[in-house]
Structures are given as structure tokens and as C-alpha cells.
Design a protein around this ligand. Structure first.
Ligand SMILES: O=C(O)/C=C/c1cccc(OCc2cccc(CC(=O)O)c2)c1
Ligand SMILES: [Zn+2]
Length: 249
């Protein structure tokens, strides 16, 4: 078989996300650096109901809110964050840790402004995006999340957006930034295999009442019969030839 044929037959779906992370197989790689996160609250812009979730969008016209180091080469610019959740607290995360599912998951999306001119261009390359995944566990009410939840009423229907001024995203993160990392994909359309996943090993709390408010968002537009976004998480995908690495022993 000629090279071109084998190229054509190469899996182009072998690096899909999310995955089940087997922590025992995720070996510590000493080359991995601590994650460096520098978010400027002045870059927060608005919250938008996307139909299948809500995005909190940031001004990514310059390297103001960025991450670097960790498994990354160069700076990656903060673009948006969003959540995935389930129809009950028993389900909802996308990544699974040693078979354990969490009730929700936060995705903080960054793109490689070091190498590519735009987010859309970066999304066409394996080193184009870096997404920090943070697992959510049911616990006490989370005051930083409450600021977002207080605004959901303004974006109840698909396409609605509302300003969000000076949001301190860094205060939502755990103090412990140890992570697992592996090469993967977007977990929704268009599923591009362009993501360096950085899944934090420490979960953050959300109360059951707060999580219930996510499910009150509608995937329908204002003038349509209301349909709630009860769940929006993708099932785990095959690992194929990939290895997840840990930032710590
Ligand atoms: O034409 C379209 O509808 C889409 C175009 C497009 C073009 C390039 C990229 C891209 O990414 C969407 C995206 C961004 C960030 C995260 C996710 C998946 C998730 O929910 O975690 C999806 C979308
Ligand atoms: Zn996501």
C-alpha cells in the first residue's frame, strides 16, 4: 500500500476526548512544569447562551489573560469558559477518573497565540488549543460560581447574552494546580483534534441547588416552546495509542 493510501487510511479520530484517566497509568513526567496562570479580570466580556451550554467570553485580542508552562510551549490566550453537566447529580462530567464520574466539569479554553493568528486557525492544529478541565463535586455553595449563576436569568434562551464585568476567573480555581495531561479533541462539534488537555487533579465544589440552576437554561429561543438544557456531556472515547501524564508523583 502506497504512503498516500496508508496516510488516507490513518485514523483521523484516534485522539478524541473525553477519556477515562487511569491515575495509576498516568506516570509522573519530570519534564512537565507547574502550570502558570495569569488572568486579568478586566478581560471578561459577557455570558452567552450557546443553545447546548453557556459560554463566558473574554477579550482575546491581546495576551492579557494567558497560561504558559505546564505541558505547553509558549503562551496560550484565554478565550472562554463553559460547563458540562448531567440531568442528575449522578452524572455530568466529561472526563472520568479511575471510573469515577463527577456531577459537572468546567472547561477553560485557550488558544496558541504564540504560533497562530486566530482561534479558528489554531483549532486546525494539534497544538492549537489548551483546555483546562476542572471537575466539580457536590459540596457547599460556591460563591465565585454564584456570580455566574446570578446572571443566568439574563441569558435564559438561546442566543441571549449579557455583560459580565471584571470576573475573577482565577478565584474559581483550586490552590493545587497539579494536573494530568494528554492530547485530545473538542468534545462537541466540530470535534477537532486540536486540544492539549490539562485536567486538574483537585475538584472544586458546587452545591446541588447551584447545579440545578444550570439545568434551568433553555436550548430554545425566546419565541419557541421552552426546552431545558438538562445535560450536555459527551461519553468517554477510546485511548488508542495515547498516554496521560501526571505533573506530580
Ligand atoms: O462552524 C461552527 O459551527 C463551529 C466552528 C468552529 C471552528 C473552530 C473551532 C470551534 O470550536 C468550538 C469549540 C470551542 C471550544 C470548546 C469546544 C468543545 C467543548 O465544549 O469543550 C468547542 C468551532
Ligand atoms: Zn467543553
Amino acid at each position: 500500500m502506497g504512503a498516500s493510501h496508508s496516510h488516507r487510511n490513518k485514523h483521523c479520530h484516534s485522539h478524541q476526548s473525553p477519556i477515562n484517566i487511569c491515575t495509576k497509568k498516568a506516570r509522573h513526567d519530570p519534564i512537565l512544569k507547574p502550570l502558570n496562570i495569569q488572568y486579568d479580570s478586566k478581560t471578561s466580556k459577557r455570558i452567552v447562551n450557546m443553545g447546548h451550554c453557556f459560554n463566558v467570553e473574554f477579550d482575546d485580542t491581546a495576551d492579557m489573560s494567558v497560561i504558559n508552562d505546564g505541558p505547553l510551549t509558549g503562551k496560550y490566550r484565554l478565550r472562554q469558559f463553559h460547563f458540562h453537566w448531567g440531568s442528575t447529580d449522578a452524572d455530568g462530567s466529561e472526563h472520568v477518573i479511575d471510573g469515577k464520574v463527577y456531577p459537572a466539569e468546567l472547561h477553560i479554553v485557550h488558544w496558541n497565540s504564540h504560533r497562530y493568528p486566530t482561534f479558528e486557525e489554531a483549532a486546525k492544529h494539534p497544538d492549537g488549543l489548551a483546555v483546562i478541565g476542572v471537575l466539580l463535586k457536590i459540596g457547599e455553595k460556591n460563591p465565585v460560581l454564584q456570580t455566574i449563576i446570578d446572571n443566568l436569568g439574563q441569558v435564559k434562551t438561546k442566543g441571549k447574552e449579557h455583560m459580565l464585568i471584571k470576573y475573577e476567573l482565577s478565584s474559581m480555581l483550586p490552590k493545587d494546580l497539579n494536573y494530568w495531561t494528554y492530547p485530545g479533541s473538542l468534545t462537541t462539534e466540530p470535534y477537532f483534534e486540536c486540544v492539549t488537555w490539562i485536567v486538574l487533579q483537585h475538584a472544586i465544589p458546587i452545591s446541588s441547588a447551584q447545579l440545578t440552576q444550570f439545568r434551568g437554561l433553555l436550548c430554545t429561543a425566546e419565541n419557541e416552546k421552552p426546552v431545558p438544557i438538562l445535560e450536555n456531556h459527551r461519553r468517554v472515547q477510546r485511548l488508542h495509542d495515547r498516554v496521560a501524564r501526571s505533573s506530580c508523583t
